[in-house]
Design a protein around this ligand. Structure first.
Ligand SMILES: O=C(O)CCC(=O)C(=O)O
Ligand SMILES: [Fe+2]
Length: 427
């Protein structure tokens, strides 16, 4: 290892091609204020493998004094060992491009709208849905593409049991989880190496579908269940049943806000390709470089997500392009519009960009329910919502093929960006 200093950066640490190092604090004894921020080094080093520079925000940390500019310090063993004591190994497959790395502080002020669904469950609810509730849903889908719901009808006990089962599963030894690891032939089960936009995510997942079938597009929708924890399958299938009810309720509310009959969209979901994902985001020693899930939009119709109290889900606010944190709220769900609703609504509603930030100290768990239509559905703007003055903005595409192409990129690192909804946008 060689250590160089450069004129514009305090430190650049080299390594081999496969092993990059940068200076950082270890997890223990770290507080937020002591965290360094990492940036990719400008090309100041003649050595192409010297790629990472570390900028220490807090000079009170136990760091050596700054070496003189442009001095090669690899001959100073004491200095090197002191630096090494503060090194974390960076796996380059997790490193995001500089423009996608999270800033140190993410605001949660002016966060996503919160909608109370209790009017739908009260005794006096009858068949009428308050217009105030509908307009809240409409504004949230239009301005944010994201909202949180409380009093949603899913019992707290069901949520808590699912969260406990999820934690138990991820706590199993790796070799036990690998028994149900997904592969190219069967895409459901455990996976620890998912990529979003060709960068590896700092997470582990377990996926299962609501309806198993050998699909027409050649996608095998078949679950793999672990034998332990014993009540795992039963618990999370029960959770999924409740969340499915909530997903249909939200779908009907959205139909109403589009001036359509409440069940207008339901038929698309009779043979749904919905799947549920359990996410575990372990603590990450370089949260300024990696993400739990890279920036993306969900490709299905709707996502209904339960998150624990740690926080990390960031949404790109439509109004100003700022990333804001979706503040965890006990006993709530986060709902977001996916690409399909964006297309059905002919861009009235937007599928918002989001990502997951990680942290150095706490494990985070979440459970998204990806509400997806049948694979044979051809997605296009709904005929009721287009006319000569407002022509359809998307060409028709087949959901099953789109879904399969997206899943393929979970296995291979493509050189180019995988299929996106914008590819179907009319000029
Ligand atoms: O874990 C989260 O909060 C969000 C995960 C997510 O966006 C996804 O899996 O698509
Ligand atoms: Fe997502």
């Amino acid at each position: 290892m060689e250590i160089f200093t450069g004129s514009s950066t305090p430190l650049v640490l080299g390594g081999s091609h496969k092993t990059l190092w940068c200076v950082g604090y270890r997890n223990d004894s770290t507080t937020k204020n002591h965290l360094p921020t990492f940036r990719t080094a400008p090309r100041i080093s003649p050595n192409p493998i010297c790629r990472l520079a570390a900028f220490f925000q807090n000079p009170n940390g136990a760091l050596p004094p700054q070496p003189q500019n442009k001095t090669k310090i690899s001959h100073q063993p004491q200095l090197i060992s002191l630096l090494m004591a503060h090194c974390v190994q960076v796996d380059p497959s997790f490193v995001q491009e500089p423009e996608h790395r999270p800033k140190a502080a993410i605001s949660d002020a002016d966060g996503v709208p919160l909608i109370d669904l209790s009017p739908l469950f009260s005794d006096s609810a009858g068949n009428t849905i308050p217009t105030t509730l509908l307009s809240q849903v409409e504004v949230a889908c239009r301005d944010w593409g994201f909202f949180q719901v409380i009093n949603h009808g899913v019992p707290l006990e069901v949520l808590k049991k699912a969260e406990a089962a999820e934690k138990k599963f991820f706590a199993l030894p790796e070799e036990e989880k690998l028994i149900v690891r997904r592969d190219e032939a069967n895409r459901f089960g455990y996976y620890e190496s998912e990529h979003t936009k060709n960068v590896r995510d700092w997470k582990r997942i377990f996926d299962f579908v609501l309806q198993e079938r050998l699909d027409v597009t050649g996608l095998v929708l078949k679950n793999r269940w672990p034998e332990v924890p014993l009540d795992f399958r039963e618990t999370i299938e029960e959770y999924a049943k409740y969340v499915e009810k909530l997903a249909f309720i939200v779908l009907e509310l959205i139909s109403l806000t589009l001036n359509l009959p409440p069940k207008r969209l339901n038929a698309f979901f009779e043979e749904q390709t919905t799947f549920v994902r359990l996410n575990h985001y372990p603590p990450c020693p370089y949260p300024d470089l990696a993400l739990g899930v890279g920036h993306h939009k969900d490709s299905g119709a709707l996502t209904v997500l339960y998150q624990d109290s740690v926080g990390g889900l960031d949404v790109k606010r439509q109004s100003d392009g700022e990333w804001v944190r979706v503040k965890p709220m006990p006993n709530s769900f986060v709902i977001n519009v996916g690409d399909i609703i964006q297309v059905w609504s002919n861009d009235k509603y937007l599928s918002a960009e989001h990502r997951v930030s990680v942290n150095t100290l706490r494990d985070r768990f979440s459970i998204p329910f990806f509400f997806n239509p049948a694979s044979n559905i051809d997605v296009k703007p709904l005929p009721e919502l287009v006319d000569d003055r407002n022509p359809g903005k998307y060409k028709e595409y087949n959901w099953g093929e789109f879904f399969k192409r997206r899943m393929d990129s979970d296995f291979k690192k493509f050189e180019v960006e995988n299929i996106q909804i914008d590819h179907f946008k009319r000029a």
